[in-house]
Design a protein around this ligand. Structure first.
Ligand SMILES: Cc1cc2nc3c(=O)[nH]c(=O)nc-3n(C[C@H](O)[C@H](O)[C@H](O)COP(=O)(O)O)c2cc1C
Length: 340
């Protein structure tokens, strides 16, 4: 209701300023204790996966809180888990603005943020400082100027730094906005990266006694053979989950809309069907051996159920929050609880 009042004002701003203003409003309502009213408790939705008890299966997708500045406030909305990042070893400004565009008619977003973030050390301080005990995943990437052949060094650096403070870690090899990054989804680059992550994790388990799950986040633009090959490698390296999917380079169905020619990844409504197809394929390829986290175009309880039925164990969303506001999380959680 409050968001219905705020939305016309937020939509007068460019998308990135609206994003900042929306998060500032959320922090303010967290401080006042009002945001918590949106959350919906649903004990029947508890899910145990990755060795973790999730209070419900609906999470925040990576990219909204790149630096972990808003973790406590985001949990007020009723998320079962929150993924922060993407974070890189060193701070970097990302691409020049404007770099986020709304395609309101399609409830979609195009972004080419380019991993703008304040660096992993800053994020770690925020993880240490948070008050909520909710489940927090950390999405990690590489700096834009690290050559792709050295990418694994950046991922390993971030994994080591966030490991003591993260519930799970996501290797993001699917952002379209860092040149060459998606090549990490294939062949020797993928094998090398996953091998380095698995070896580093084994070290960290030995030294800390804690096993932190590692997920790999994939693009919706892989073909079936690419999905199968990636799943096979994730299983071979004993990694723990796949997140499907990141944003798409496709513009199918939105070509006629203003902003559709902007470079970057498309998310929201037009991504929904493709991301569900990828989940279906992955579910077949992994045959239940590791969980799938489904993300892409979820804007209702029915959309969340579609992903769960396709084989996802958990789901995440981002773009629909921009169009429907923060009450959407509680609505989806309540809807899922009712359908049990
Ligand atoms: C502005 C913006 C920034 C994003 N940044 C990241 C990111 O840093 N890392 C990542 O893995 N995904 C990122 N994503 C992708 C989302 O996590 C998600 O996979 C995608 O948007 C599809 O979900 P949705 O349709 O619910 O938005 C970003 C998406 C948007 C819209």
């Amino acid at each position: 209701m409050l968001y219905q009042l705020a939305r016309p004002l937020l939509f007068c701003l460019d998308a990135e300023s609206a994003h900042r203003a929306g998060l500032a409003l959320l922090d303010a309502s967290h401080a006042l204790g009002t945001a918590r009213l949106l959350a919906s408790a649903a004990p029947s939705l508890q899910v145990r996966t990755l060795g973790i008890d999730f209070p419900n299966p609906v999470g925040l997708a990576a990219g909204m809180d790149k630096n972990g500045d808003h973790i406590d406030a985001l949990f007020d909305l009723g998320f079962g888990f929150v993924e922060v990042g993407a974070v890189t070893p060193r701070p970097q400004p990302g691409n020049p603005r404007p770099r986020i565009f709304r395609l309101t008619e399609a409830q979609a977003i195009i972004n080419r943020m380019g991993f703008n973030n304040l660096g992993v050390d800053y994020l770690v301080e925020n993880l240490k400082r948070r008050k909520s005990s909710g489940i927090v995943g950390v999405n990690i990437g590489k700096n834009f100027d690290t050559p792709i052949e050295r990418a694994a060094d950046d991922y390993v650096h971030c994994l080591r730094k966030v490991y003591p403070h993260a519930s799970f870690v996501t290797a993001n090899v699917s952002s379209p906005n860092t040149s060459g990054l998606r090549n990490l989804q294939q062949d020797e680059l993928l094998d090398n990266l996953l091998g380095e992550l698995a070896r580093t994790r084994a070290d960290l388990v030995r030294s800390s006694g804690r096993h932190v799950p590692i997920a790999v986040k994939i693009a919706p633009d892989l073909d079936d053979a690419g999905i199968d090959a990636l799943a096979e490698r994730v299983l071979a390296h004993d990694l723990d989950a796949v997140i499907a999917t990141n944003t798409t380079l496709s513009r199918a169905g939105v070509e006629h809309l203003p902003n559709s020619r902007e470079a970057g990844g498309l998310s929201g409504g037009p991504l929904r069907v493709r991301s569900t197809e990828v989940i279906t394929r992955l579910a077949r390829a992994t045959a239940g051996r590791i969980p799938i986290i489904g993300v892409g175009g979820i804007a209702s309880t029915a959309d969340a159920m579609e992903k769960l039925r396709a084989g996802a164990t958990l789901v995440q969303l981002y773009s629909a929050l921009v169009f429907q506001g923060p009450a959407l999380v509680g609505k989806i959680v309540a809807g899922l609880a009712q359908s049990r």
